[in-house]
Write a protein that binds this ligand. Structure first.
Ligand SMILES: CC(C)(COP(=O)(O)OP(=O)(O)OC[C@H]1O[C@@H](n2cnc3c(N)ncnc32)[C@H](O)[C@@H]1OP(=O)(O)O)[C@@H](O)C(=O)NCCC(=O)NCCSC(=O)C[C@H](O)C(=O)O
Ligand SMILES: [Mg+2]
Length: 372
């Protein structure tokens, strides 16, 4: 606990008289793709109703990528979309509604919050806060939201998601995650983070061909042949930050996400980056273009084969203690826990994704047949 944080007895108290009681546990709602759209762009806005049910989260973006002249139109557009679109947001229904407000030092952030909470606070599931530097940014948003929620008579607290996109934010990642019971999760902001760190890259997420390791030279009679051609292997620029983010989120019971992959045309590399994040523990990612939604949904849903295997381990482990052999491999309490993560995620996703449910149910039947 830092000097600035609340004592354990006060942590779950509302920060304003009449504000909703903070949640003790952040609900594990499917959020494989957080799909960004510009509410001031009529073409994008027109696509929103048809995306409901096909994407776990729709996020009305008010920050970067929205022209300064369109900031007010984007905010008003989001209010219009939230109020006029059925089945969007509000803690139930197939698709959550999130927004990304402008950064706290910008001329727009205060108006974003004071407009959105009274107008559509009952529809907004999560507010994403960019460029969070430390717990003090979350404390500011936390108190302001409590005051606005109380004034608007909301009965459920709006959750907060921070983007990790400054070196100081990364250094303070644990305190950010634990700064408020509203904290729902963290996303990586690779473009701003690269700039803040003075990395020598120009991309929005993804790898870089120059960030690599090279195999050792072959040796002839103990002498290295430095002229021989040698394989190189591109490395993941984001491994360290994602791993830190995953640990900080897991420690605080909140959810980590990869962020943007800006090379919209390169769907293969996008899928690779998403999968690395999934394997490391992230629950979802951002989607910037409609074609990234299907990639995210596929990657952040456990494969049919993994679910089948996980179910077999769960069945073989009986009461969950001891060790068994399955297909020549040792399974024990620890591998069982990994398999339970997979099985529970599959169940959550099957509850909202009928196509996935069909696939998981089918392997259930196949596994039963092969056991018989
Ligand atoms: C990247 C885009 C600018 C590409 O747009 P466009 O050139 O219009 O693409 P297409 O012609 O392929 O689009 C086909 C149709 O689909 C609509 N469209 C495009 N994108 C979206 C979307 N996100 N949601 C809904 N609909 C979308 C187009 O309007 C076309 O419609 P139609 O003509 O009627 O068929 C664009 O995709 C875009 O702006 N995407 C969002 C970008 C964004 O949000 N950026 C901010 C997040 S990344 C970031 O902030 C960095 C991060 O913080 C960090 O620091 O790392
Ligand atoms: Mg950014």
């Amino acid at each position: 606990m830092t000097a600035a944080s609340r004592s354990p007895k006060d942590f779950f108290r509302p920060l304003a008289v009449g504000a909703p009681t903070p949640l003790r546990e952040i609900p594990a709602r499917p959020s494989r793709a957080i799909h960004f759209f510009d509410p001031s762009n009529p073409k994008m806005a027109a696509k929103v109703p048809d995306m409901i049910g096909t994407v776990d989260v729709l996020l009305g973006n008010l920050e970067d990528a929205i022209k300064a002249d369109n900031k007010v139109a984007a905010r008003e557009g989001l209010v219009e979309i939230a109020t006029s679109t059925a089945n969007l947001g509000g803690r139930s229904g197939p698709t959550q509604l999130w927004t990304r407000i402008n950064s706290l030092d910008s001329p727009w952030a205060l108006d974003d919050l004071t407009t959105l909470v009274p107008a559509i606070g009952d529809k907004l599931d999560v507010i994403m806060v960019p460029k969070v530097q430390g717990a003090e940014d979350i404390h500011y948003v936390d108190r302001l939201l409590a005051q606005l929620e109380a004034k608007a008579g909301l009965d459920k607290p709006i959750l907060v998601h921070a983007i990790l996109e400054t070196a100081r934010g990364v250094a303070n990642v644990e305190e950010i995650c634990g700064a408020s019971p509203r904290m729902q999760g963290l996303s990586l902001g690779p473009a701003d983070l690269a700039a803040d760190r003075r990395m020598k890259t120009t991309r929005v997420g993804g790898g870089h061909p120059g960030y690599l390791v090279r195999e050792d030279p072959p040796r002839l009679g103990g002498v290295a042949n430095l002229e021989a051609s040698r394989a190189t292997y591109q490395q993941d620029l984001w491994h360290y930050t994602i791993a830190r983010m995953v640990d900080a989120c897991a420690m605080h019971g909140i959810y980590p996400y990869y962020g943007p992959f800006g090379d919209i045309a390169d769907t293969t590399a996008c899928e690779d980056q998403f999968r690395n994040a999934f394997l490391l523990g992230c629950v979802g990612t951002w989607s910037l273009h409609p074609k990234q939604v299907a990639i995210a949904n596929r990657v952040f849903s456990p494969s049919v084969e993994d679910v089948a295997h996980a179910r077999r381990v769960v069945a073989a482990m009986g009461d969950g203690t001891g060790a068994v052999m399955l297909d020549g491999k040792m399974e024990d309490d620890a591998s069982l826990k990994q398999c339970l993560v997979m099985v529970e995620l599959a169940e959550q996703l099957a509850a909202v994704d009928p196509e996935l449910k069909k696939q998981y149910d089918a392997i259930g039947a196949d596994a039963d047949e092969s056991e018989a």
